[in-house]
Design a binder for this molecule. Sequence first.
Ligand SMILES: C=CC1=C(C)c2cc3[nH]c(cc4nc(cc5[nH]c(cc1n2)c(C)c5CCC(=O)O)C(CCC(=O)O)=C4C)c(C)c3C=C
Ligand SMILES: [Fe+2]
Ligand SMILES: [Fe+2]
Length: 329
Amino acid sequence: MNPSVDSKKAVLLVNLGTPDEPTAPAIRRYLKEFLSDPRVIETPRVIWWFILNLIILRFRPSKLVEPYSGIWQDGESPIRRITNQQVAKLQQRLNRNIQTQHVKVAAAMTYGNPSFQTVLKELQVDGYDDILVLPLYPQYSATTTAASWDALSRAIKKMRNIPQVHFIKRYCQHPLYIEALATTVRNHWESTGRQAKLFFSFHGIPKSYIDKGDPYQSECITTANLVAEALQLSDDQWQLCYQSRVGAAEWLKPYTDETMKALGNTKLKGLDVICPGFSADCLETIEEIDEENRGYFEAAGGSDFHYIPALNDQDIHIDLLEALVKENL
Ligand SMILES: C=CC1=C(C)c2cc3[nH]c(cc4nc(cc5[nH]c(cc1n2)c(C)c5CCC(=O)O)C(CCC(=O)O)=C4C)c(C)c3C=C
Ligand SMILES: [Fe+2]
Ligand SMILES: [Fe+2]
């Protein structure tokens, strides 16, 4: 007898990860895994071990309890809740189409839960042997996309019968991504009025990573230019900046916090801020942009700060994810 080999297809949406609960021990566990990754921190390991274990993991977890507690909703971190909504909505979409009706959608996080190891095992038990991995980072960076590739390969290394794997590296200039961002901005303008200037705030990374060949910055610039073009913005109507700097080294500039303070000082009336690199709202958008940076802007004298939420589980975002699946399955 000649047994046939059938492969069932699955799509794996990937995001960065988040603590399991807003408590110091859970935040410490998450930060330890995240900040031990040499893709994220390139400082020589021995030096970094001391900084991480003796300074960061002692003090930062307790400092983050309050901001994480403030964004926690219905017992869940927003990034995990929104990722699960994206899974459910994409699954519904794929079920509707004859070509994709049997494709299963699942999610994994690079750090924390659900891990690649757990999800790949579950998919294998259910017979899914052909997996399209879609990291929800529109702009490629070694610190995020390559880190998710590493986490995936570590999980695969533990398997005897490995799945067929396809991996989407980036979608920073995909027409449906640009359109989804432009539509989100237009909808925001329609509902709350259009402000004087639109800011694109991307997560920063150390400048030295770019100097060594990480293409992230040029991909952020590409996205921002295309969205500005789609919205027919003139050069003085928009600006790009980079948020979330950690430590003393130089990161990508201009820094979002310094920019917000400087704009506040000009007593600017009206600012829209969008974070196109975040496919789901999380600590870095809800707390850092909409609370902390809003505070810098207003304290310096600015007014009418508007944060435009991430694409999250909006239908136009699911249109993009569905297209990426169809183009790559
Ligand atoms: C210190 C180095 C860091 C680099 C480099 C970095 C790059 C990077 N991160 C994201 C997306 C997210 N980061 C998030 C949280 C977060 N990031 C860092 C550090 C680096 N990120 C830390 C220490 C933390 C934890 C919170 C804090 O201490 O401030 C999150 C949010 C997770 C959540 O739980 O809500 C996301 C998402 C990108 C896209 C990126 C490079 C392109
Ligand atoms: Fe980060
Ligand atoms: Fe607005």
